[in-house]
Design a protein around this ligand. Structure first.
Ligand SMILES: Cc1ncc(COP(=O)(O)O)c(C=O)c1O
Length: 355
């Protein structure tokens, strides 16, 4: 078995999508649109599977516009949209969420040169106080004013939530944001709540479900009569992938036991904010491969191992595992579907492939 490699579980992705969709139906009937956050995972199989389920896409670049199906509902976010990207997004009927005054100026210029796009409408992004994203509370009035003066239609607002907030913080943010955008609620068609919903592992630890989040949105924004947009990333895809890795070397130094794997920080990046779960694959699963591996190091006694990648740098430590380990043993790492593949880089070995 040539490791490392990812395994994609399409049925988990579909199940997660249906769970999210069912929750949306419960609170918003037909008035919602889910847009998978494409940057989380750009595997064409993931995109195709979600498209078949009726999912839309949140994109942040021309690359992501091209990677996602042309006829899907798309929203565009991000603080770094170029003129070219904006022109193509307008041509392709993507709902663009404007992030800054400079972006608004670019759009005004594009519109002035192309009067035929006067019916295209846009959204604006409201960032919470400490966030770098979108406009601040103080700027919102000015954005609407400039847009109106230049005949740019603003029909959507995105509320940036930040990632993995506690439910109480999430609720407080929503209430604060409602106060800011209340004067505009009647004139907009779409209200976008972004992403940041915990993945299934995190939800289980928090003893929460997606219903708990959407219920708050419904309760706080009960007077909004338009379409609710959601941009889940990790929640849909985190547990739809596993990563298979092999123990290359076992060593003991200064009373610490290390199992050096063939993946580390290059594929299990800490900036994904995911909790990775390491399961040793049973000898039953791997007995064919094991026949060929004559391990030099054989642990007869259970130890606590520090699991590390082949760089063995301090930041290449990826977990702890207690039990008996041998060189040549395999681990399945769970919860690696969000961001890992897109963030992974080549070092020493090739990037893991997806099966
Ligand atoms: C604009 C936007 N929407 C949605 C997401 C998805 O976030 P998550 O994977 O935490 O749901 C991100 C992630 O960075 C984002 O930038």
């Amino acid at each position: 078995m040539k490791t490392p490699f990812y395994e994609f579980y399409k049925e988990n992705l579909i199940e997660n999508y249906i769970t999210f969709e069912t929750s949306c139906e419960k609170y918003f009937k037909d008035n919602f649109q889910i847009c998978f956050s494409t940057k989380t995972n750009t595997n064409p199989e993931v995109i195709k599977t979600l498209m078949k389920e009726g999912c839309g896409f949140e994109v942040a670049s021309l690359r992501e516009i091209r990677l996602t199906p042309k006829n899907a509902f798309k929203v565009m976010n991000g603080p770094a949209k170029t003129n070219e990207e904006l022109k193509i997004a307008i041509r392709d009927d993507v709902l663009i969420f404007i992030d800054s005054f400079s972006e608004l100026d670019k759009i005004i210029e594009i519109k002035n040169r192309n009067p035929e796009i006067k019916n295209h409408f846009f959204g604006i992004r409201l960032g919470h106080e400490k966030s770098k994203f979108g406009f601040s509370q103080k700027q919102i009035k000015e954005v609407f004013k400039i847009a109106k003066e230049n005949e740019i239609q603003i029909q959507a607002i995105q509320l940036h939530q930040g990632t993995l907030n506690k439910l109480a913080v999430y609720k407080k943010n929503l209430k604060d944001q409602l106060k800011i955008i209340e004067p505009y609620l009647k004139q907009i068609k779409y209200l976008n709540f972004g992403g940041g919903y915990p993945d299934n592992f995190q939800l289980k630890n928090l003893q929460l479900t997606i219903n708990d989040y959407l219920k708050e949105i419904k309760a706080i924004f009960k007077n909004f009569k338009g379409i609710f947009i959601f941009e889940p990333g990790r929640n849909l895809v985190a547990d739809a992938y596993t990563l298979i890795t092999k123990v290359i070397a076992i060593k003991e130094k200064n009373n610490e036991h290390y199992a050096v794997l063939d993946v580390g920080i290059n594929s299990l990046s800490k900036i994904t904010l995911a909790n990775f779960k390491f399961n040793k694959l049973s000898s039953q699963t791997i007995k064919v491969e094991m026949k060929n591996i004559k391990s030099k190091v054989s642990a007869e006694k259970a130890e606590t191992y520090t699991l590390a990648g082949p760089l063995l740098f301090n930041n290449d430590i990826v977990g702890k595992w207690h039990g008996k380990l041998h060189e040549g043993d395999y681990f399945e790492v769970e919860n690696v579907g969000a961001y890992c593949q897109n963030l992974s880089w080549e070092i020493i070995y090739d990037k893991p492939r997806v099966y």
